[in-house]
Design a protein around this ligand. Structure first.
Ligand code: PGA
Length: 235
């Protein structure tokens, strides 16, 4: 793993956006994207950059089950407001939260991922070590699946909703098996509440109890952490 320690999330977003621009210049066409508070600065820098995604494809990690694309809490809405309205892609895929048939939806999304192999995948990390919505205990072999969110994830995401009870209890998530097929990965983590997860991911054993630890087995991972998130690393 290539570890880059930066001062804060602003510097981290700048660095990640530079890596996106480099990848684009080298011919990357399919970008795996993430939501949450972590990638916001990356998208801000991309919006300000000269990058042109109009010939590129984006494939997002996850979406809440039950939310429509127009719901303000949906990840589709987040992506539109943070990136797509300013930097449109030729085609942008996310799981469809309001799909009527969950089994069909996970099949459809797997076909999307298979047809569009990801050149560069952006990831955040949960306080419990999740990547996408692959919660602790998720098999490393999984493809797209419907997940029951853990209480810690529901609590962490409650800040985006008026009431904790409004946080959806299920999500569709790209599986770890699919994430690991990305040619390259950038994982960002900012703030002290990510420090334990970051240390386990980088220096702990590879275990399904810390889903992000699987990234130790990937040949091309760059971790961008701020000083607070790096605080529990031994090296
Ligand atoms: P956050 O979420 O960026 O909102 O901290 C990251 C994650 O849960 O993967």
């Amino acid at each position: 793993m290539n570890i880059i320690v930066v001062k804060d999330s602003i510097a981290g977003g700048k660095k990640a956006s530079e890596l996106f621009c480099d990848a684009c210049a080298s011919g990357a066409k399919v970008f795996g994207l993430a939501t949450g508070s972590t990638p916001v600065t990356t998208y801000q820098y991309l919006v300000k950059s000269k990058i042109d995604f109009s010939n590129c494809i984006s494939v997002n990690l996850d979406e809440y089950v039950g939310l429509k694309p127009t719901d303000e809490q949906s990840y589709r809405y987040y992506m539109e407001k943070n990136l797509f309205e300013f930097k449109p892609f030729k085609k942008s895929y996310l799981p469809e939260g309001s799909a009527v048939d969950p089994e069909e939806e996970v099949k459809r999304y797997d076909q999307v991922i298979t047809a569009n192999p990801i050149d560069l995948q952006l990831l955040g990390i949960g306080r419990n070590g999740h990547i996408g919505f692959n919660e602790p205990g998720s098999s490393f072999d999984l493809t797209t699946h419907k997940v029951a969110l853990t209480p810690s994830t529901i609590e962490a995401n409650a800040r985006f909703f008026e009431n904790e009870k409004d946080v959806p209890k299920y999500a569709y998530s790209m599986g770890i098996g699919s994430i690991m097929k990305s040619k390259s990965i950038i994982l960002e983590a900012f703030g002290e509440n990510k420090a334990v997860a970051v240390a386990k991911m980088i220096e702990g054993p590879v275990t399904e109890e810390c889903p992000a630890s699987v990234l130790q087995r990937h040949a091309n991972v760059t971790v961008i952490v701020d000083e607070a998130a790096a605080a529990k690393l031994k090296k």
